[in-house]
Write a protein that binds this ligand. Structure first.
Ligand code: ATP
Length: 445
């Protein structure tokens, strides 16, 4: 990985990055707008792009769209202000490889570059490798238990599964776990990120093609359906597949055969399909972007992966796991987080879920020389984003007052219906799930 494209309109910062990375042996090209960057992408080959989230003529999402249209496959690292993390996690579903928060720490940047360069060396195997070595942390909250029950239930079968959840909640990990617990475990688990596939590329990638099928098809290529035969195919961000490809996918599932582009022959395939989505597929069906017949074919079993903020009880397990992982990768010996940092972690909303937690911990571990990672290693903006601090003096903080009022009201209603949660939810005009989330958040379980 040598050629890096930096797209950044803060010239001083870009210059600093350029100097630093040139010293590290990279060849840097810098531009400060989406328009110029897409022109560059069209004419030159880059190994990686460091992309500012907000640019004068658009956002990272526009760049990612252009990258997809140009069928460029370079990995993209988004550099973002902390306040944009919530939005940036959306770009992960358009295929950004990673994000880092500003101010960018040089060591952190090098760590991410190394990580991505290793993944790129074995592009097709990386995720399979991850499936073999990645440790699945189960958690102990009732959400975690329910999730594991669903996995246990569905894993031994061959039925299709839709995994739904916010970005970074661990949908791919759940898919891997299902595969590992299934009778297909010894066969391949192939994850495909549909978010990065252009319309034209998707059918070829999934079903393969023969030489001459279209301009640029210089050799025969085996599709992922065939490669995954006997095992599990995981289609992440399935909502991004075009209507045409959805038809082909439905046919492949119904007939258990595929037809590579440009070929007359049908190939038998035996795969188990697991798909994931951030968006509700039913909404996509309603909006006419997702085929209803395919939705019904896929919807044999649905698993909802909860956001991290709803499983605070599991946080400590994940924190310890990510500390261990980071210690190994970064040669550190951090044993725990300081209590103040734990407090912030418990109260923060975690819009990027487990991915954000992992990244935050890696950064803290990287910056910690001793055994305890202190709260001053956290991005300072995180403190202003924490939700209702339980210790916040009521009367001084609007969120805390609202929370206290809500909590008191829930207690009152629960008392009036002798603890019957269904009745309470009806009176409160919220669904049962929301009520359970609130009970957990306010420690009323
Ligand atoms: N059960 C788990 N045990 C350990 N680590 C996990 C687990 N689930 C998720 N992670 C961590 O969180 C990261 C994000 O998980 P994953 O890629 O599965 O999320 P996702 O929901 O598929 O994300 P996206 O919506 O962006 O596709 C992983 O790289 C891993 O580090």
């Amino acid at each position: 990985m040598e050629n890096i494209l930096i797209v950044e309109d803060d010239i001083a910062f870009a210059k600093m990055l350029e100097t630093f990375l040139t010293k590290k042996g990279y060849k840097i090209t810098h531009t400060s707008s989406i328009k110029n960057s897409t022109q560059l992408l069209n004419n030159q080959r880059f190994d990686l792009c460091l992309l500012d989230y907000r640019l004068p003529d658009g956002t990272a999402l526009d760049f990612l769209q252009a990258r997809r249209d140009l069928k460029a496959s370079l990995p993209v690292i988004i550099m973002t202000a902390f306040s944009d993390v919530r939005t940036v996690v959306k770009s992960m579903k358009m295929g950004a490889a990673e994000y880092i928060t500003k101010p960018v720490n040089p060591e952190e940047l090098m760590m991410v570059l190394k990580q991505i360069s290793e993944q790129e060396k074995t592009p097709s195997k990386t995720k399979e490798k991850k499936s073999k070595s990645a440790q699945f942390v189960q958690g102990k909250s009732h959400h975690a238990q329910k999730l594991q029950d669903f996995i246990d239930l569905v894993a031994p079968t061959d039925i299709s599964v839709i995994i739904q959840g916010e970005s970074g909640t661990g949908k791919e990990y759940v898919a891997m776990k299902i595969h590992q617990q299934s009778k297909r475990a010894k066969k391949p688990f192939i994850p495909i990120d549909c978010g990065v596939l252009s319309k034209e590329l998707a059918a070829g990638e999934l079903f393969g093609y023969v030489k001459g099928a279209f301009t640029g098809a210089l050799i025969n290529r085996t599709g992922q359906f065939e490669k995954a035969s006997g095992g599990t195919l995981f289609l992440d961000e399935i909502g991004n597949l075009s209507y045409d490809v959805q038809i082909k996918l439905l046919r492949a599932l119904q007939e258990k055969t595929i037809q590579p582009l440009g070929s007359d022959s049908l190939i038998d395939v035996d795969i188990r399909l697991i798909v994931a989505t951030n968006d509700s597929l039913t909404t996509l069906v309603k909006n006419g972007v997702f085929r209803e017949d395919l939705y019904h074919r896929l919807n044999e079993f649905k698993i909802e992966v909860p956001p991290l903020r709803d499983r605070v009880e599991d946080m400590e397990l994940f924190i310890n796991h990510f500390i261990d992982e980071a210690n190994k990768d970064l040669q550190r010996d951090v044993q725990s987080l300081a209590e103040e940092a734990m407090q912030v972690f418990r109260e923060y909303e975690w819009p990027g879920n487990l991915r954000e937690l992992r990244n935050t911990i890696r950064r803290m571990v990287l910056l910690t020389q001793g055994k305890i990672a202190e709260a001053d290693k956290l991005p300072s903006e995180m403190f202003s984003h924490i939700r209702i601090a339980s210790s916040a003096p009521s009367g001084s903080n609007l969120k805390a007052i609202q929370a206290e009022t809500e909590k008191e009201h829930i207690i009152k209603v629960l008392e009036s219906v002798q603890g019957n949660k269904s009745k309470a939810a009806r009176i409160l005009n919220i669904d049962r799930k929301t009520l359970y989330n609130k009970l957990e958040r306010y420690d009323l379980t």
